[in-house]
Structures are given as structure tokens and as C-alpha cells.
Design a protein around this ligand. Structure first.
Ligand code: ZN
Ligand code: ZN
Length: 215
């Protein structure tokens, strides 16, 4: 199992990275991205801490990818913050998209896609224009197991199929119980109308995304 969207107490998760990883291994995960929330106030120290952890983490059971989730940054600053994350050594850039359960600034999805983030998390009511641009840029759309954000999974899948967008299945884990089983993640996917062959394609695309992050 792969999960490219998780949080630790470096932002609003409840576990230190070490415990998150130990629990991910126990739950059968093979790859996780640690993607704590950042804006311009904390990006330097969060990235420094994540990189310190990933450099020290040695395990044959789990590969850990250093990431960030750019969160509630004004759209006009998202491009700059994406560059900052990459300059600081981050491999996986996720942007906190326009979920319908938070007052995310309108234009965030557009700015994140233009910036070429790797994954647009919980994109909410993703528009046609943003879908077309995401297709061109190869930005992955997230289907999420997280309560609330998951309300628009059905719409995200519909747009992804219509505009040939790549998808990822993520937990957006903040606490131990959020590291769901493969069976549960599959139920979330079925609930958003994905089929077994869609899930296979998503897994293959996700593996390809990960291999690209290390180039
Ligand atoms: Zn988020
Ligand atoms: Zn998140």
C-alpha cells in the first residue's frame, strides 16, 4: 500500500515521524509521503526537520518520501512556495486544494496546477478549465479517505475520467487510526465509482509518479 499524504506533529498530526512510520509498517504500507502543512511562516523549519528524519530513516520495509502540503497560501504565492519547497530539497509537493469543508481561497486549484505541484489534494468541485490544465501539466488528483474532504470524491473521479487525469488514493492521515487498510481504501474508491481496473491503473500511475520524484 502506498500513501502520499500524511501528517506528523511537525504540523497538526499527532505522531512524531518515527512513530507514524512504525505504525505504517505495522499496517502494511510500503511507501509513504510525509507532507506536513506549510506556508511561508514555517516551510524552512518543517522541511529541515522532515529531511533530517528521512535522511536518518533506514528501513527495508518502508520507503519514506519527504514532502510538504502547501496549505492556505494565497494563490498568487503558491508558485513561489512550490519553488521554495523544491529548492529546499523536497521531493513531493502536495497542495491543499479547494475542499468544500474549509474556506480555501478561490483560485487555489488553478494556482497549484499552474505551479506544477505533484498532487492536488482534495480538489473539491474541480472545474473544467482546471481539469484541462491538470491534464496538460500531469498534476495528479487526489481521491481521499479523509472525512469531509471525501465528500467530493465522486466529482473528482468524474472529472478525472472525463479529462484523462491521473489519480492517487491517499489517507491524509493525522492520527494512527487514519492509516486505513487496503480493504477500506478500496471501499472508498468503490464509493467514488472506481472499479478494480481503475484501482490497478491508479496503483501503476502512482508507482510511476514515485519513480519520477527521485529522478
Ligand atoms: Zn489538505
Ligand atoms: Zn493534509
Amino acid at each position: 500500500m502506498i500513501d502520499l499524504h500524511t501528517h506528523t506533529l511537525l504540523s497538526d498530526g499527532v505522531l512524531v515521524p518515527s512513530e507514524l512510520c512504525t505504525r505504517a509498517i505495522a499496517s502494511g504500507y510500503k511507501v509513504i509521503g510525509i507532507t506536513d502543512h506549510v506556508d511561508e511562516s514555517n516551510i524552512e523549519h518543517v522541511v529541515q526537520s522532515i529531511l533530517k528524519f528521512t535522511a536518518s530513516f533506514e528501513s527495508d520495509a518502508l520507503k519514506v518520501i519527504p514532502g510538504v502540503e502547501i496549505t492556505h497560501v494565497f494563490p498568487k504565492r503558491i508558485g513561489r512556495v512550490t519553488e521554495m519547497a523544491r529548492e529546499l530539497g523536497i521531493k513531493l509537493v502536495v497542495c491543499h486544494g479547494e475542499t468544500i469543508v474549509e474556506p480555501v481561497e478561490k483560485g487555489t486549484n488553478t494556482a497549484a496546477i499552474e505551479a506544477g505541484v505533484d498532487i492536488l489534494a482534495h480538489p473539491g468541485l474541480l472545474s473544467k478549465a482546471d481539469s484541462m490544465e491538470a491534464h496538460k501539466k500531469g498534476v495528479f488528483m487526489e481521491v481521499t479517505a479523509r472525512n469531509g474532504h471525501s465528500l467530493t470524491n465522486g466529482h473528482v473521479v468524474k472529472m478525472a475520467k472525463e479529462y484523462d487525469l491521473k489519480m492517487v488514493l491517499n489517507t491524509d492521515a493525522h492520527a494512527p487510526n487514519d492509516l486505513v487498510s487496503t480493504e477500506f481504501m478500496n471501499m472508498v474508491a468503490y464509493g467514488a465509482s472506481l472499479t478494480d481496473s481503475d484501482i490497478d491503473k491508479i496503483s501503476n500511475d502512482t508507482v510511476e509518479l514515485i519513480s519520477g520524484l527521485y529522478v
